[in-house]
Design a protein around this ligand. Structure first.
Ligand code: TRP
Length: 370
């Protein structure tokens, strides 16, 4: 009996010793987020100004994900030249989108923010992928087909190749999930197909070369549609500026755009009526910008007419954007700070990207760089 009792007390002492050691070690050497958290990667093409669709549909989401994920968020400036572009604006657009990320709440202390064109591994891996991707996988991409129609004769190889570069963007960083809008689902599937194909052709069974990520598509349907056509996505490439509210729009401009936006002649306002896409979109915008619950918005607006609702939406949009715009201006006036954030992000991203690229080159059979 006595022996058993003393054994228990020894093992208890031992346990408590281990426990205090563990506490001391984690306090002294905190695990980096990349060791404890799942990783996400996403980006936005740096063409033109960001609009409410980018903010409400993507960036705001990332801001929330920062708490639980190790976030890699980049500026897709190589993708930006898949449409005709002005060299005088290209660099500035990168800084504008970077400032918009931070102004919307991306925290460079927690998230890695970087520039696609500064990390040559993106282009290089895209080339390697080009050579294992069947052409017909790209020809059936919906986004390509839609954009190609708009560009007519001038469609570049780059536009067709857009999703291969996107696959390289993603697979370089071995993310667990890729948060994107519904419209990017097909590109993430292609990314997975490329990874699986490369693993199958060049990997060993037990040791896949590339990690196959999942798409993270929000099911709460925060799709922001055009102000001039409630069935089309709000988009930078829509020729009509009235179709979108940009993050930098002045209060007067916001007022004008909402005043002119498309509505319908029906009485009362409601969500989810397929015959009233504009009504659903405007109520959704109000819901997202005000932070109110859907049921509360439905009840608040059920008996409203457009004449009463539009000023309410205008006021809400102006108020929601004001703090972002102030922060954005401060950031745009401090290029040195923005540069330091991107430099730090580029350095961290480069290390990871080069590691994956080296692994792929090795399995493809390239000689080691001398
Ligand atoms: N195609 C995305 C868009 O429409 C931009 C993008 C490029 C992207 N590469 C990516 C998104 C990788 C997520 C992951 O804006």
């Amino acid at each position: 009996m006595a022996a058993a009792a003393s054994q228990i007390s020894i093992s208890e002492t031992f346990d408590s010793l281990i426990r205090s050691l563990a506490v001391a070690i984690t306090a002294r050497f905190p695990l980096s987020p990349s060791m404890t958290k799942k990783r996400i990667l996403s980006g936005i093409q740096t063409t033109g100004n960001l609009h409410l669709g980018n903010y409400l549909g993507a960036i705001r989401n990332w801001v929330e994900l920062q708490d639980d994920y190790d976030c890699f968020l980049f500026l897709a400036d190589l993708h930006a030249i898949t449409v005709p572009h002005d060299p005088k604006l290209l660099a500035d657009n990168t800084y504008k989108v970077a400032a918009a990320y931070l102004a919307c709440g991306i925290d460079p202390e927690r998230s890695t923010v970087f520039v696609q064109s500064h990390i040559s591994a993106h282009s290089e891996l895209a080339w390697l992928f080009n050579c294992i991707t069947p052409l017909n996988w790209l020809e059936r991409m919906i986004q390509f087909k839609e954009k190609a129609v708009k560009q007519g004769e001038n469609v570049s190889v780059g536009l067709l190749d857009y999703p291969v570069l996107q696959s390289a963007d993603i697979l370089l960083y071995e993310p667990d999930v890729v948060p994107v809008g519904e419209d990017q689902k097909q590109h993430i599937e292609l990314t997975r197909d490329i990874a699986v194909r490369l693993n199958h052709q060049f990997g060993r069974k037990k040791e896949p070369v590339l990690k196959v990520p999942d798409a993270l598509i929000r099911s709460d349907g925060a799709r922001v549609m055009s102000l001039t056509d409630g069935t089309k996505k709000m988009s930078k490439s829509d020729p009509s500026e009235l179709s979108r509210i940009e993050i930098g729009d002045t209060p007067e401009l916001i007022k004008k755009k909402i005043k002119k936006c498309k509505t319908d002649p029906m009485r009362g306002l409601e969500f989810d009526n397929p015959e009233r896409p504009e009504c659903n979109n405007l109520l959704t915008l109000y819901m997202l910008l005000s932070g109110k619950e859907k049921a509360a918005v439905a009840a608040e607006c059920a008996d409203m007419g457009w004449g009463q609702f539009k000023p309410l939406l205008t006021e809400t949009a102006i108020a929601a954007l004001q703090p972002i715009q102030e922060k954005y201006q401060t950031l745009m006036d401090d290029r040195t700070y923005l540069e330091s954030v991107l430099k730090q992000g580029n350095e961290k991203a480069t290390l990871i990207a080069n590691k994956t690229l080296a692994k792929v080159k090795q399995v493809l059979g390239y000689a080691k760089p001398l």
